[in-house]
Ligand binder design. Structure first.
Ligand SMILES: C[S@@+](CC[C@H](N)C(=O)[O-])C[C@H]1O[C@@H](n2cnc3c(N)ncnc32)[C@H](O)[C@@H]1O
Length: 254
């Protein structure tokens, strides 16, 4: 694909398979095309590895944090379950939302949390909102432990951000979707991988081996879930697609 961005003519021209499409530079279509390439270049540059939340590294794009905040505030879950802790930045982010809403707590699952990260999470101002579960997210004992921490009547919102292979994400969807009550979500993050096959340090297999593929397969056999980006609570512009590392991620329990 060839993209020609002409700031003098104020056009963006895309040439794909011998076909040319021309868009005004300041259009919704140009925004989507430029954003898509920005996401790919940013991934290669580890842009999402440059942020902290209340002192802890958080490995996310800021827009994804704002979008999930919108969903969390609407759903007001009793418990937020996240697989994939790393430095704990997202756990602290969700814990802060719980504190601000006066509702909810957070369960973080990881196969391994370093002593340094564990100490930082346990000594954080928001630590009382967080329970860590150490173990492979799809191991039966981990699944049982997490289910033991959630009451049957509680409404969970689940975020999957651990191992991003299709088979692992399918395993996590299978393991934790029952915690999600109508109106809430299970989110299979980092489906951006499908668009990174040709990016330096990307892999050809990511075209099919990615979390979005898992979410799509899951939705195909779970009619109680709809695969849809949450409606924006506010949008005075024309752009409707998120600039996100989480395309095809959002499974809403009907
Ligand atoms: C992308 S990082 C999580 C980032 C974190 N959610 C954030 O946004 O800051 C992925 C984490 O998943 C964990 N992980 C990898 N495979 C796992 C598995 N099978 N079960 C549980 N955690 C796993 C890794 O140890 C790593 O800490």
């Amino acid at each position: 694909m060839i993209i020609t961005l002409d700031t003098t003519a104020q056009t963006l021209v895309v040439e794909r398979d011998g076909q040319k499409s021309r868009y005004p530079l300041f259009s919704k279509e140009a925004f989507d095309l430029i954003s898509h390439e920005w996401l790919r270049v940013g991934w290669s540059q580890k842009y999402s590895y440059t942020f902290t939340w209340l002192g802890r590294p958080v490995i996310q794009l800021p827009e994804d944090l704002v979008r999930i905040q919108e969903a969390v505030y609407r759903v007001k879950p009793d418990v937020i379950v996240e697989t994939g802790v790393a430095h704990g930045g997202t756990l602290i982010f969700y814990a802060g939302l719980c504190r601000a809403m006066g509702r909810g707590r957070v369960i973080g699952i990881d196969v391994e949390v370093s002593p340094r990260n564990r100490l930082a999470i346990e000594n954080h101002e928001l630590s009382s909102y967080i329970t860590l579960v150490i173990g492979d997210a799809i191991a039966p004992e981990t699944i049982a432990k997490v289910h033991g921490l959630v009451q049957t009547e509680e409404r969970a919102l689940v975020i999957l951000d651990s191992c991003h292979t299709k088979s692992h994400v399918l395993g996590e969807l299978d393991a934790y979707h029952d915690l999600v009550k109508p109106g809430s979500y299970i989110v299979a993050t980092d489906g951006i991988m499908q668009f990174l096959a040709d990016v330096p340090s990307g892999h050809a297999a990511w075209e099919w081996d990615n979390p979005s593929a898992a979410a799509a397969d899951f939705a195909a056999v779970h009619s109680e879930f709809a695969l849809e980006q949450p409606a924006r609570p506010f949008n005075e512009g024309e752009v409707s697609n998120n600039v996100t590392y989480w395309p095809g991620a959002w499974l809403r329990r009907l």
